[in-house]
Design a protein around this ligand. Structure first.
Ligand code: C5P
Length: 246
């Protein structure tokens, strides 16, 4: 396994050409390439084929599905045929929606004899503070307790993992009974890197030690003078966290 295989690079770039250049430059120094709204809505779903031609073998489709179960199931069937490595749904869509997503992906994959995408549930967006959660969404407790609750819901509905803040990773790891449940964490910054708009960050070593399996790291790699060296340094930092974890 490549050292960087647990790094997810968000292709937060406006054009497919820029995204393909990033893929060509980084190759397998990162494990997964994340495609989000910006690229999808500007370049369309065909961007995935172009990214693959540039060398992106594992694609993370950040679809953030959140709708009635029937609609999400239909979307999941179409997404399964795109051969992506994983897709995201909002855990707050509820158990029936999450189960429908998993079931639809499984059925479609069986039908076409292909691998179904992993299903990752978004817990509480890190932009949602405790105050917003309590006063606007009328959800009691803290963002952290709610994220743990949603992670348990996602696990019980058959999701393969969650997207959560590294600050919630330890609590989620302790609460979810399935040991192979995957925790994907954005908000990671190498020691000495600029934080940008990420307020509550952890270093790669800290995030791995807290229980994260995959780290989403964008600007510290894409904005570096030498992106390959930056990705390799992050991978090396992750190894340190693995050792302190074991
Ligand atoms: O550049 P940076 O490392 O901050 O990129 C983080 C990526 O993770 C972005 O694509 C961002 O949208 C995503 N993300 C996040 N926080 C969340 C969920 C997703 O930063 N809670």
């Amino acid at each position: 396994m490549q050292p960087g295989s647990r790094i997810i690079l968000p292709l937060d770039l406006p054009t497919v050409d820029q995204a393909c250049n990033a893929v060509s430059t980084l190759g397998d120094n990162v494990g997964v390439y994340k495609v989000g709204f910006e690229l999808l809505y500007s370049a369309g779903i065909r961007a995935l084929d172009e990214l693959r031609s540039s060398g992106a073998d594992r694609i993370f489709l950040d679809a953030k599905l959140h709708d009635i179960p029937n609609t999400v199931a239909a979307a999941m069937r179409a997404i399964t045929r795109l051969h992506v490595w994983c897709v995201t749904v909002h855990a707050s869509g509820g158990k029936a929606m999450l189960e429908a997503a998993r079931e639809a992906a499984e059925q479609e994959a069986n039908l076409h004899q292909i691998t179904r995408p992993k299903l990752f549930a978004v817990t509480v967006l890190t932009s949602i503070s405790d105050t917003v959660l309590n006063n606007e969404l009328l959800v009691e407790g803290t963002a952290k307790t709610h994220a743990v609750h949603l992670a348990m819901l996602a696990a019980s509905a058959g999701c393969d993992g969650v997207i959560a803040s590294p600050h919630e990773a330890r609590a989620i790891r302790n609460a979810v009974p399935q040991p192979d449940f995957l925790i994907v964490t954005p908000g990671v910054r190498p020691a000495n890197a600029l934080h940008g708009d990420q307020a509550r960050v952890m270093t790669p070593a800290e995030a791995v030690a807290a229980g994260s399996d995959y780290l989403v790291v964008g600007r510290p790699i894409l904005g570096a003078d030498d992106p390959v060296a930056a990705a390799q340094a992050i991978a090396a930092e992750m190894v340190t966290g693995c050792h302190s974890h074991s």
